[in-house]
Design a protein around this ligand. Structure first.
Ligand SMILES: [Zn+2]
Length: 493
């Protein structure tokens, strides 16, 4: 499936679905299931089925991955879309960061197979987020019993981080999950030759048509579901324009259903699975993918509110650009928080986008520009509840970085220990090589304030620095000798 070429306003067209037509054994399985349903009226939507997702983020050559915050949002959206099916997805901790840019962008399906073989875990829907732009795709999935690997970790999904494929507000995730849970495209076996008597699904649902008209074949053609209309469109199409039409072998007009997640209508057209599709997905989980049900989902409290922000205060200024401390209040039920720091209002250029278990975050990297306006926000969650609203965005102004030298000391050249110090105890510094010069220590608190400085005698190779009078907490220590420096964090208990 290549990218669509029709231009449509208001929607990025980032590529299609790369899932191949369903294997014959899957189509046969659906036929058997639907035949039983017709005989016995199987309807088992009353019990909630819980399904674990393992998210894998592949880094690109710049170390970037899919957004942690967007993952929370798209799992929340996935659950809204699967609510009528009474299927609930939760995350298996933690996100697996795969530092292999050779798989980002992904070159081909063979590389995707290797990615799954090397990284899939047992008993979860393995979802790999990487750039599929080179393949012209937004996502693809494997059917039960197919794909790389063995039973409990076989196959999975690859979701494109290109364009908006995996962004909140899109439907590719729900569509590919449908494939993973056995659903074919409604245009399967029909799009290539819509009036083929042998293979194409006919529009009619009448089993008693009179020749020369051919009778209904919806149970044995197309996606095998009789409650999804015959569909002949295997390229992305826009439901907002005139619906494309074609005639089947009986001369009946095809009216493909744009509301189905499994169709190729544009994302905004889609909003449902049919009852038979739901039956098939619900039968797949305890059946063909029964290994997903063990171990059962642990019980966690729901997370419903956004954290109250504490520091830096709204419109704070002079936040040290390489030693910035962020703090917020805990939220009931939350075991984790997602913090984002960015310059743009939509956080698309986030310099921090990560999960932490604490209600604070210390930024010590060097991607924050001095004298610039930044925003930060926090979302509370646990691995089962990802739908709580995100906090307001608070703004701050970055100040000068602390003690940045042109040349950095390496960890081989100097040691600072211990990194966790009892209150009142000293810290020690030791250089591995002698020098005729003295060395200096500066200690900053989390507000960027200098709380202690120390200078050694010339030619000292080591020294002991008293921390008398310092409160418990986290501090930044800068060690400088001969114009070269190194920053280290310490904790005073
Ligand atoms: Zn598809």
């Amino acid at each position: 499936m290549m990218s669509m070429t029709l231009g449509v306003q208001g929607q990025a067209l980032d590529g299609g679905c790369g899932t191949p037509p369903a294997p014959p054994q899957n189509l046969q399985w659906i036929e058997n299931l639907m035949a039983q349903q017709n005989v016995w009226g199987i309807e088992t939507n009353d019990t909630l089925i819980r399904v674990p997702i393992k998210a894998h983020f592949v880094t690109d050559i710049n170390g970037r991955t899919f957004s942690h915050k967007d993952l929370l949002d798209v799992v929340c959206e996935l659950n809204a879309k699967y609510k009528p099916a009474n299927i609930y997805f939760y995350l298996r901790p933690n996100i697996n960061i795969i530092r292999m840019p050779v798989y980002n962008p992904l070159a081909n399906f063979a590389a995707g197979n290797q990615l799954m073989l090397d990284n899939n875990i047992n008993r979860a829907v393995n979802v790999h987020f990487t750039n599929l732009g080179q393949m012209g795709l937004c996502g693809y999935a494997t059917y039960p019993g197919s794909g790389p690997g063995s039973t409990m970790r076989q196959g999975g999904m690859v979701m494109g981080t290109n364009g908006n494929c995996s962004s909140p507000g899109n439907t590719t995730f729900a569509h590919e999950m449908g494939h993973y849970l056995s659903l074919p495209h409604p245009f399967d076996e029909t799009e290539n030759d819509p009036d083929n008597a042998a293979t194409a699904e006919r529009v009619t649902r009448n089993n008693n048509e009179v020749l020369p008209r051919l009778r209904a074949n919806c149970a044995t053609a197309g996606d095998r579901f009789c409650d999804t209309p015959a569909d002949f469109i295997g390229t992305r199409w826009n439901c907002a324009g005139p619906v494309p039409t074609q005639l089947d072998i009986n001369g009946d007009q095809f009216q493909p259903d744009p509301t189905l997640y499994m169709s190729y209508s544009l994302d905004f057209c889609q909003n449902r699975f049919s009852p038979s599709q739901i039956t098939a997905m619900r039968a797949t989980i305890p059946g063909l993918r029964g290994y997903l049900l063990q171990p059962t989902m642990p019980t966690l409290d729901s997370v419903k509110v956004a954290p109250a922000m504490i520091q830096p205060v709204q419109n704070d200024t002079n936040v040290v650009s390489n030693f910035a401390f962020f703090k917020w209040q805990s939220v009931p039920g939350a075991t984790h928080y997602c913090i984002q720091i960015a310059r743009s209002a939509n956080f698309s250029d986030a310099i921090v986008d990560t999960f932490v278990t604490d209600t604070q975050f210390l930024y010590t990297a060097n991607r924050m520009v001095p004298n610039a306006t930044y925003r930060w926000r926090v979302k509370a969650f646990n691995w089962q509840y990802t739908c709580a609203p995100i906090s307001a965005s608070w703004t701050f102004r970055s100040g000068a970085p602390f003690g940045v030298q042109a040349s950095q000391l390496s960890a081989d050249e100097v040691e600072l220990f211990p990194s966790v110090v009892e209150a009142g105890a000293p810290i020690r510094v030791r250089f591995t090589e002698p020098s005729a010069q003295s060395f200096q220590l500066s200690i900053l608190d989390l507000h960027g304030k200098l709380v202690k400085s120390f200078s050694s005698n010339p030619a000292d190779q080591e020294g002991t620095v008293s921390l008398d009078g310092m409160n418990s907490g986290m501090y930044l220590v800068q060690i400088t000798r001969e114009g070269r420096s190194m920053n280290k964090k310490i904790i005073v208990r």
